[in-house]
Design a protein around this ligand. Structure first.
Ligand code: BES
Ligand code: ZN
Length: 583
């Protein structure tokens, strides 16, 4: 008897879920899902306890395969794990059925009133299950080491559409209500369970990809994402066939807490991507890349998160290189490196979190989240690639993806494969230092390029018009990231007067600028900061902006006032994280 994962009650001696059938009736008036789930096991139960993960669920009944009531205990909630639901499963049972309701405070769900949507007429609901939030929607073995297929049906107001990270099966309308049915043939870890309900319309982008969003921004979304098929083709030629049939995209309400979420068959994207210049499609490349790294080969627990994100950043920049060229990929790598150095400073008191392989017993993965697994993971893989040679490394990557296809993997699995395929490589790059020690080892791969060098030449001062005339938004973003976070007010004034950064339409450039300006005490930007904090729920922007305000005595109170004012607009996960940060 032992736990499979520090973040789940799932026990390796108990029945393992193979698939589930989920039904939910969506009640917008009470913000509750009235649900039923049947869990089907890999093998008939040996008889005895089954521990499931739940968070804030009300359990109404649990029955066995013949409809017989099953004894169960819903244990008191633990702060990170939630409540263990212990069920006495009879010997030989191949399934159990649980009737339950979600809470209006379900951590995975955000319920939006009509006023909080673009169209202002209809309510909206969406889920975000990574890291530990699937359990607030479905009682389940909520560990990525257990993959499951599922069927689902959602009963929604007939004026709305339901979409899921699954194959659409059908929609039946009965007056005021519609039932939408789905099926997920590919087994997934629970954190990839995903749906949204709202006034949604779609437009085809290619035979295997369409974009969904509120009608008012459908055209803008379709324009921004028009080239998605080029990305899929580039990715397939790098990593092998796309195994999930469809790659649809859902552009979310502004409160979506992430840039993107790789929900299988239906990637969720922040609307802040719709910059009108296609400059942020690296996020699409990233979520697409997860179709191989993360969704096909999944980290066994959150302690191996770098296997998901480090590999995906590596794959994202390979796709970017294929489409936009090596210079562009190098600029992105350099931005990533700057962000990694900032993260090391922020995590100075938690150096444990700067190891690739983390130890997270008693630590919430949403708290441990940082760019470290992304950018340190990326640098580790680039360092391995440089030491092995590109060809040998590509072969290794192919073997990794084939060996663990539709499975889960640990850091140790990866190290064992490297040692087996390219003996001596780990020692050559000092792999132990990467995996088990904080910060970066003494030597590592660094991006090099002409455009990168041109930006680095200007670092620390205001560029002349001539120096910056050929800069793309990516170069501006990098330049702002390389600026010292406390720069003289005169430098801020000159930058803004010459380049109108406060009115930038590109959110990466805008937010980098606002952070620099706030940290430097350049108060002219505060109205714009307030606007951004009120308009977006993307944590990548909220966290550093609130932190910058909190970091200066003149704006410390403002940070608290703005959070009190806007917090109701943010997703429960973002509320929690910002509250944590302002503590
Ligand atoms: N899977 C992540 C988002 C995530 C991570 C959600 C951990 C919950 C817990 C997603 O693939 C991601 O990394 N998104 C990035 C995209 C960026 C790296 C291009 C984001 O949201 O900014
Ligand atoms: Zn990712």
């Amino acid at each position: 008897m032992s736990r499979l994962d520090p973040h789940s009650y799932a026990d390796d001696a108990q029945p393992r879920t193979k698939s589930f059938d989920w039904k939910a009736s969506v009640d917008f008036s009470t913000q509750v899902l009235h649900s039923e789930v049947t869990l089907r096991f890999v093998a008939p139960a040996p008889g005895g306890s089954l521990d499931l993960d739940t968070r804030a669920l009300a359990v109404d009944a649990i029955v066995g395969p013949h409809g017989e009531a099953l004894e169960h205990t819903l244990h008191p909630a633990e702060p990170i794990l939630g409540s263990r639901l212990e069920i006495n499963v009879p010997r030989g049972a191949e399934s159990i059925t649980i009737r339950y309701r979600t809470s209006p405070e379900a951590s995975a769900l955000q319920w939006l009133t009509p006023e909080q949507t673009l169209g202002k007429k209809h309510p909206h609901l969406f889920s975000q299950c990574q890291a530990l939030h699937a359990r607030s929607v479905v009682p389940c073995q909520d560990t990525p080491s257990i993959r499951q297929t599922f069927t689902a049906s959602m009963d929604v107001p007939s004026s709305l559409r339901a979409v899921m990270g699954a194959a659409f099966v059908g929609r039946d309308v009965h007056d005021e209500r519609a039932v939408e049915r789905f099926e997920m043939p590919q087994p997934i870890p629970p954190y990839l369970f995903a749906f949204a309900v709202g006034d949604l319309a779609s437009k085809d982008l290619s035979p295997r990809s369409r974009v969904w969003t509120e009608p008012a921004q459908l055209d803008a979304a379709a324009w921004e994402l028009a080239h998605v098929e080029d990305h899929i083709r580039a990715a397939e030629s790098l990593f092998g066939p796309y195994d999930w049939e469809r790659f649809d995209l859902l552009v979310m309400p502004p409160s979506f807490p992430y840039g993107g979420m790789e929900n299988p068959r239906l990637t969720f994207l922040t609307p802040s991507l719709l910059a009108g210049d296609r400059s942020l499609v690296n996020v699409v490349a990233h979520e697409l890349a997860h179709s191989w790294t993360g969704n096909l080969v999944t980290n066994a627990t959150a302690e191996h998160f770098w296997l998901n994100e480090g590999f995906t950043v590596f794959a994202e920049r390979r796709i970017l290189e294929a489409i936009d060229g090596a210079e562009m990929a190098a600029l992105h790598a350099a931005i990533g490196y700057e962000k990694l150095l900032e993260a090391f400073v922020l995590l100075a008191r938690e150096p444990e979190l700067t190891k690739l392989r983390t130890h997270l017993t008693g630590v919430d993965p949403d708290h441990a989240f940082s760019v470290v697994p992304y950018e340190k993971g990326y640098l580790f893989l680039k360092t391995l690639e440089a030491a092995a040679g590109a060809e040998a490394f590509d072969k290794l990557l192919g073997t990794w993806l084939r060996r663990h296809r539709f499975g889960s993997a640990t850091t140790e699995d990866f190290l064992a494969l490297v040692e087996q395929e390219i003996p001596g490589l780990l020692a050559k790059v000092d792999a132990n230092a990467w995996i088990d020690r904080p910060l970066l080892p003494a030597s590592f791969w660094k991006p090099e390029s002409a455009r990168l060098a041109a930006v680095q030449k200007v670092a620390g001062r205001v560029p002349t018009k001539d120096e910056s005339k050929a800069w793309s938004v990516t170069e501006w973003h990098l330049y702002l990231e390389t600026m010292p976070k406390r720069s003289p007010i005169a430098v801020c004034q000159e930058l803004d007067a010459t380049y109108s950064l406060t009115t930038s339409k590109n959110p990466e450039v805008l937010v980098s600028w606002l952070i620099l300006a706030c940290s430097s005490g350049y108060a002219e930007v505060l109205p714009r900061v307030e606007e951004v904090l009120g308009q977006t729920g993307r944590m990548k922007y909220l966290k550093p902006l609130y932190r910058a305000l909190d970091g200066r005595s003149e704006t410390k109170q403002l940070a608290r006032d703005l959070f009190a004012r806007f917090r109701g607009r943010y997703h429960p996960i973002a509320q929690e994280v910002v509250r944590d940060l302002l503590k």
